[in-house]
Design a protein around this ligand. Structure first.
Ligand code: XMP
Length: 527
């Protein structure tokens, strides 16, 4: 498969990534300020960065010390090109040392919430913010002298130079992390850099993305045809809706009903999604086929492989049928994928070919499919994808959906997957979802897998009789990106209601248990 990235990047604020995932958060915060941003690795030559015509540059924090051997460096040219630069934490120290300031390894460490003393509350960055403000620190080295031409604007009890500015050269820096929410005025300071320091306007919106992408998709596809696999998830739904808006009936969506969906999800795609978008949809009922392939299999990796393999086969068959149904029509040359910006960044900074994580893509489509990719969400974060979806008129239930794994309920049954077990789990899951929604907890909980321990039985008493049933596990988690997660401290009365309803209403379940494990060590899914 070849990847095409149709849209020319608008002039962006570049966030130079020095590692440890700070850059993604900074890029999101810049976009929250309605300025377009992109992440580049710190290993990119400065000339290449400047060739992108950035409107401003932000240097992220990172795990290194500027004096460590092999610590990432930047060519001085980055500070001399006339492009406004904002250094944060490691980026701040790098700016300081590169331009002749002093950073010492004093052993004076500061980690976590720290009071910042602002000496120039009328400065470009700090105007309108308090003279004392909490900031989030994470450093060992400390700047003791700013480079020539810079004004020191803040300090802490430990660090004499905790922020500096050079308005003439448009260079700014802070020792702390303004991007994290514990720095209470961090967003304001970032916006001051963007609007006051760099003179940018807050005019980037998801509406721009829609217009820009529609134009780019039309140019890319011409008269040809495209297909898109719908999983019921947010990303593929929004990608499909966007492409549909651009090329209408030249797009056909394929929805493989593998029988591992939650209650009502297939209907949601078949009815609500089609009603909202007018998309041409081919639904393939492959439930029997998946059940047969999964019969007798309990090993989670094996299940994943089988589901992935069957999915590809069904998808290929559907594709052949779409071609066969209209052989005289233009060829089907494009495949729509809902790849998001974090995937692109993690695969090497947004250049080169698309990364399709096999783990996170039920499609796991084979490399030899003869398609060019259309990836209209390649530049967006998840919350932005939701905004685009809402703007395209997709129903709230689709746009605000919690993440759901491609292999579906197949990996939420610990043990063999059978029709009866799936039906049982679907019921339990539907009750949990209903009660979470009724309690207004949907936005507080990142996702709440409901898991059937099919290989476990325990004794219970229901009515007058002894039962020997299965436990259901509730796994509510709070997270920002699913890389790490904590179990959600949910109200007891909501848990009680879910438990009572599941044991009363779902046959063969006589116990409901709560998973109180963070990630790590536990993953979110049980499998
Ligand atoms: P784990 O269980 O690894 O899950 O902590 C992290 C996040 O990824 C989701 N997940 C998947 N999503 N296809 C997907 O689209 C998959 O195969 C898959 N496996 C896990 C999981 O629900 C959680 O949000």
């Amino acid at each position: 498969m070849s990847s095409a990235n149709p849209a020319a990047a608008p002039d962006a604020v570049l966030v130079v990534d020095f590692g440890a995932q700070y850059a993604q958060l900074i890029a999101r915060r810049v976009r929250e300020a309605r300025v377009y941003s992109e992440i580049v690795p710190s290993t990119m030559p400065v000339a290449e960065m400047l060739a992108k015509n950035p409107k401003a540059i932000i240097l992220s924090g990172g795990p290194s010390s500027v004096y460590e051997e092999g610590a990432p460096q930047l060519d001085r040219e980055i500070f001399e090109a006339g492009v406004p630069v904002f250094g944060m934490c490691y980026g701040f120290q790098l700016m300081a040392t590169t331009l002749g300031g002093t950073v010492d390894n004093t052993g004076a460490r500061e980690y976590g919430r720290t009071p910042l003393h602002v000496s120039r509350t009328s400065s470009t960055l700090f105007e309108g913010t308090p003279a004392e403000q909490p900031v989030w620190m994470s450093h060992g080295d400390a700047c003791s002298a700013a480079p020539e031409g810079f004004t020191v604007t803040a300090s802490t009890d430990v660090v004499p130079v905790a922020a500096f500015e050079n308005d003439e050269k448009k260079l700014y820096g802070v020792q702390y992390h303004p991007e994290v929410m514990h720095s209470t005025h961090g967003q304001q300071i970032l916006e001051h850099f963007l609007y006051r320091g760099a003179g940018l306007r807050p005019d980037w919106t998801t509406g721009n993305v829609i217009e820009e992408q529609i134009e780019a998709i039309r140019a890319q596809v011409g008269e040809k045809r495209a297909i898109c696999g719908l999983s019921g998830g947010v990303d593929s739904a929004v990608a499909a809706a966007l492409v549909q808006k651009a090329i209408g009936s030249q797009l056909t969506c394929v929805y493989v009903d593998h029988g591992l969906m939650r209650k009502g999800e297939t209907e949601q795609v078949e009815k609500d999604f089609v009603a909202a978008t007018g998309v041409q949809l081919k639904v393939v009922d492959a439930q029997e086929r998946f059940l047969k392939a999964l019969a007798g299999v309990s090993d989670p990796e094996e299940k994943r492989k089988i589901i992935g393999r069957e999915f590809i086969r069904v998808f290929e068959q559907a594709q052949a049928e779409i071609v066969a149904e209209a052989p005289d029509d233009h060829p089907v040359e494009f495949l729509v994928q809902g790849t998001l910006y974090p995937d692109v960044v993690e695969s090497g900074g947004g250049t080169g070919t698309a990364n399709i994580k096999s783990h996170h893509n039920v499609g796991g489509l084979p490399e030899d499919l003869e398609f060019q990719l259309i990836e209209p969400l390649r530049k967006l974060f998840k919350d932005e994808v939701r905004m685009v979806g809402a703007e395209l008129g997709l129903p709230e239930e689709i746009v605000q959906r919690q993440p759901f794994p491609g292999p579906g309920l197949g990996i939420r049954i610990v043990g063999e997957v059978t029709k009866e077990r799936l039906d049982l789990l679907r019921e339990a899951d539907a009750i949990a979802r209903e009660e979470l929604t009724a309690a207004g907890l949907d936005r507080d909980i990142w996702q709440c897998p409901v898991v059937l321990l099919a290989d476990v039985r325990s004794v219970g008493v229901q009515g007058d009789g002894r039962t020997y049933g299965h436990p259901i596990v509730l796994r509510p988690v709070s997270s920002e990106d699913a890389m790490t997660a904590d179990w959600t401290r949910m109200p007891y009365d909501v848990l009680a209601k879910i438990s009572t309803r599941i044991t009363n209403e779902v046959k063969d379940v006589n116990r409901v248990v709560l998973d109180v494990t963070s990630k790590p060590p536990g993953t979110i899914e049980w499998e």
